[in-house]
Write a protein that binds this ligand. Structure first.
Ligand SMILES: Nc1ncnc2c1ncn2[C@@H]1O[C@H](COP(=O)(O)OP(=O)(O)O)[C@@H](O)[C@H]1O
Ligand SMILES: [Mg+2]
Length: 400
């Protein structure tokens, strides 16, 4: 008799899951995130800005250290003296003190009184293209040139909000975001401005509730085809423009209604681009989509102009096996003069700092080599200078 060997029966696993269970699962994840955040921010419960040494402040002002020491001890200079250390020759300054020095002694052309601050959008449809890192570092770098900056987070993922030291999920209500403006309960965005831990940077935060904008805005258009759905954020920012030198908007990696608003509100654009083939392709799609959109809504301000559009090659991998040289060549062919003369290298510092909701500008003491730090910090400083200089040229109507 032939015996058929039976396959042993495995216990059946019921992997089906109901929506209610997904709800519970998500609650558990939120609790875990709160815990992780606490750990990531420990031992400092809150972000704080770094302190600055005399030579750092002297550097930022473009003066030498002896001049700084002379001015710091001069009674009538009106400049903060900082805290003295050791032999009394070295001083340390808070960020706010450092910025007072920069504003007084730095050689930066001020924005002419009465001119509106410039609005810069950081955009790219590719997630992970370093938009948020670029937006925050740009705000910090510009503030260290003495500028006053407002950052606006229009990404429901709210990473920029978290870089500003706010917990989007537990500390930001829908009412703190642009949503009341979107709901037409407010006319200007003044209500949403919050100070941050960084002197010289204020924020309009984001929260997951921003997703609702994608349903509400089109519903207005259905009701009233003439509704200027692309000018909600632009008109909300108008009353704030006199108060800031720069307003920097971080966007979600999609052509959402909020991104369209940011594109239309901005008068300059920075597109960070990681020189990898898929990133390049997606950057090209961005322009196709944006131009289709502009064409299909002819009412969408035909006179709109950008003072400039800049492509910042970012997270550039300089190892020999990298595809960066090839994609850089494509980018230069496609974007020509838009490609900035400075690029941000890929750096382990950037990823390590992201773990702590920080950027290269938040580092006060770096355990690694000074060279590793300056290799990332210097390109960011240069990037901010290039951007700042472009606006100075515009304000003064001349090449410097
Ligand atoms: N220069 C860099 N080198 C290495 N990693 C970087 C660099 N800049 C950003 N990153 C990391 O890349 C990831 C995506 O950056 P992010 O700014 O969040 O992009 P996006 O906002 O476009 O999604 C983050 O984990 C960030 O820490
Ligand atoms: Mg982002």
């Amino acid at each position: 008799m032939v015996t058929v060997k039976q396959t042993p029966l495995l216990p059946t696993i019921n992997a089906s899951i109901s929506l209610a269970e997904i709800g519970k699962f998500s609650d558990r994840l939120s609790a875990m995130m709160d815990e992780l955040r606490e750990q990531m921010l420990a031992p400092k419960p809150r972000k704080h800005a770094p302190m600055f040494s005399s030579s750092q402040v002297a550097n930022l002002c473009g003066i030498d250290r002896s001049r700084l020491n002379y001015l710091a001890t001069k009674d009538d200079s009106g400049l903060p003296t900082g805290a003295l250390h050791g032999n009394g020759r070295s001083r340390s300054f808070t960020l706010s003190e450092a910025r007072q020095w920069i504003k007084s002694e730095g050689k930066i052309t001020p924005r002419p009184v009465g001119t509106d601050g410039d609005i810069v959008i950081v955009a790219n449809f590719k997630g992970g293209s370093t938009k948020t890192t670029t937006a925050m570092s740009m705000a910090q770098g510009l503030s260290l040139r003495g500028r006053k900056v407002l950052v606006v987070d229009l990404d429901p993922q709210a990473s920029l909000t978290e870089l500003c030291g706010l917990y989007a999920e537990s500390e930001v209500d829908e009412a703190d975001t642009v949503m009341p403006l979107v709901y037409q309960e407010e006319k200007g965005l003044q209500y949403a401005v919050k100070q941050t831990y960084w002197d010289g940077i204020d924020v309009i935060p984001a929260a997951p509730a921003l997703f609702s904008a994608e349903f509400i805005i089109p519903s207005y258009v259905t009701r009233d085809p003439q509704f200027r759905f692309w000018d909600i954020i632009g008109s909300g920012l108008r009353p704030l423009r006199q108060e800031y030198d720069y307003i920097i908007i971080d966007t979600a990696p999609s052509l959402s209604y909020l991104t369209i608003n940011a594109l239309m509100a901005a008068n300059a654009m920075v597109m960070p681009l990681v020189p990898e083939s898929l990133d390049f392709i997606s950057s090209v799609q961005f322009w196709n989509l944006f131009s289709d959109l502009a064409r299909s809504f002819s009412g969408m301000d035909p006179n709109k102009r950008f003072d400039f559009i800049s492509v910042l090659l970012s997270k550039v991998d300089y190892s020999t096996s990298s595809s960066a040289p090839v994609v850089r060549a494509w980018a230069q062919r496609a974007y020509a003069d838009w490609v900035l003369p400075v690029e941000i290298p890929s750096s382990s510092i950037a990823s390590a700092e992201a773990l702590e909701f920080s950027t290269v500008y938040d580092i006060e003491k770096w355990e690694g080599s000074a060279k590793t730090l300056s290799r990332l910090r210097e390109p960011f400083d240069m990037f901010c200078q290039v951007i700042d200089d472009r606006f100075v040229t515009k304000w003064t109507g001349s090449e410097r």
